[in-house]
Design a protein around this ligand. Structure first.
Ligand SMILES: Nc1nc2c(ncn2[C@@H]2O[C@H](COP(=O)(O)OP(=O)(O)OP(=O)(O)O)[C@@H](O)[C@H]2O)c(=O)[nH]1
Ligand SMILES: [Mg+2]
Length: 437
């Protein structure tokens, strides 16, 4: 379902890119496009409205951060609003003994996800135990048994037993760090299913109650997510079949309904085909913007407005200088800037240049750590005797200290030759790039 969402969003973002400067009208148009795309992709109407309002308000109200174009800013806002719902950070998986209950309708991917989770923890040195509590579907027992055998993980089930609570109680007598319980699905939500999963949950007392949502779930996501959440108090969401559909829209609704975040995504049928949720990757895929990671990296590394103004006036410390280079290093091919900073020539001439640059940055970091605040704020006080003290304290050479200070001075001097208006127009990042070519 999100295939269309993805291509529509991409189209409107491309439209935005062509526009260059983005004003109020353009932001509003983008928001309308996003609304249309989300609605046609079956995302819940209320959620669409909430999302688009948030995007519009933020994109227009927030001051444009220095160094970002309006377009980049809007894309960042879209990312922030979507990840508020899906999860803002790469999910942190706790490597400690725990009990996991999987829930979801027929064919959502519970059984294969159970095996994927078992494999995930097994690879990290924990001992999983797979428990077959799907007593509804005839071949459920064999399916999980075979998967368990394939990855060499202990399995517990009782073939022919119809009472899943009984199976679970017996399984709890066994040993294992990570208890993973597969449960029955149904064609639709019914009382029987809800009652069964509730009793499994009360017997198991699971640490994680995971809702398994297929990427192509459509409008049904809302009702399913809220019913499972009411029964189980869902703690996490796993989105399956992202390889087949390259989407994930149901995840938006499910997360918004439960307040739970995406923990993993699955991308295939084998036990290896599971990845930890990564917001940049997931949202990049969702909105069809593969470069999202680079763009956000840039957004994070641009200096804030105040600092930019200070730097423009030539008023910046050695710390500012260092974080500026660090930020720009992350931004990709910056030979011009790096050259100026005394890093580029090394970077381009020496094989494995990047490594050399990194080593240099590391040295400079140590140098900075050995300086007093006074020295960092007023590098002109750094006398030869201070240089040798700093070199000794940081375990570097005096030439390293001198090089850092001299590059800082060079940049500072050059700053003063550029007109502030020009700097403000092009933003910090561009400015550095521009005059260091
Ligand atoms: N391509 C692809 N197929 C998947 C993925 N996850 C599950 N499947 C397939 O989807 C089908 C259903 O998956 P199951 O794990 O059996 O789903 P279930 O929720 O246990 O289903 P029931 O037990 O019938 O409720 C199987 O054929 C899986 O191999 C995935 O990430 N990608
Ligand atoms: Mg199953």
């Amino acid at each position: 379902m999100l295939e269309s969402l993805s291509s529509k969003l991409r189209a409107s973002l491309e439209k935005l890119a062509r526009l260059g400067v983005v004003d109020k009208d353009a932001v509003e148009e983008l928001v309308r496009d996003i609304q249309r795309a989300l609605l046609s992709a079956d995302v819940d109407v209320e959620l669409v409205l909430k999302l688009s309002e948030g995007i519009k308000n933020k994109a227009l109200a927030e001051k444009l951060p220095a160094g970002l174009t309006r377009k980049e800013h809007v894309i960042r806002v879209v990312f922030e609003e979507l990840t508020k719902i899906l999860g803002e950070k790469k999910s942190a998986i706790e490597m400690k003994p725990k009990k996991i209950l999987l829930a979801g309708l027929f064919g959502s991917g519970k059984t294969s996800t159970a095996a994927k989770l078992a494999r995930f923890y097994q690879k990290r040195g924990l001992k999983p135990l797979l428990v077959a509590c799907d007593t509804f579907r005839p071949a459920a027992f064999e399916q999980l048994q075979q998967l368990a055998a394939k990855i060499d993980v202990p399995f517990y089930g009782e073939k022919g037993e119809k009472n899943s609570s009984k199976i679970l109680k017996n399984a709890l007598k066994l040993k294992g760090d990570i208890l993973i319980v597969d449960s029955s699905g149904r064609n639709a939500l019914d009382k029987e299913l809800i009652n069964e999963i509730k009793s499994l949950s009360s017997i198991l007392n699971p640490d994680e109650r995971i809702l398994v949502i297929p990427a192509d779930i459509g409008q049904a996501a809302k009702q399913q997510a809220s019913a499972f959440h009411e029964a189980l108090d869902i703690t996490d969401v796993i989105v399956t079949k992202l390889d087949a559909t390259a989407k994930g829209g149901g995840a938006l609704t499910a997360c918004s309904e439960t307040g739970a975040k995406v923990k993993f995504i699955t991308l295939g049928e084998t036990p290896e085909d599971m990845e930890i949720y990564n917001p940049e990757k997931f949202v990049g895929r969702l909105i069809g913007f593969p470069d999202l990671e680079t763009l956000l990296e840039k957004a994070r590394s641009v200096v804030d407005e105040k600092k930019a103004a200070k730097i423009i006036e030539g008023d910046f410390t050695l710390d500012d200088f260092y974080s500026q280079i660090e930020g720009m290093q992350k931004m990709g091919p910056l030979s011009g800037v790096l050259d100026m900073m005394g890093l580029g020539k090394l970077g381009t001439r020496v094989p494995g240049g990047l490594e050399v640059q990194e080593q240099k940055m590391k040295k400079w970091k140590y140098v900075l750590q050995s300086m007093t605040n006074d020295e960092k704020a007023n590098p002109e006080i750094i006398s030869p005797s201070r240089i040798s003290r700093i070199a000794r304290g940081s375990g570097t050479g005096e030439s390293d200290v001198r090089e850092l200070v001299s590059n800082y001075n060079k940049v500072k001097k050059l700053m003063k030759t550029i007109s502030p208006a020009k700097l403000k127009r092009s933003g910090m990042g561009n400015m550095f790039r521009q005059f260091m070519k």
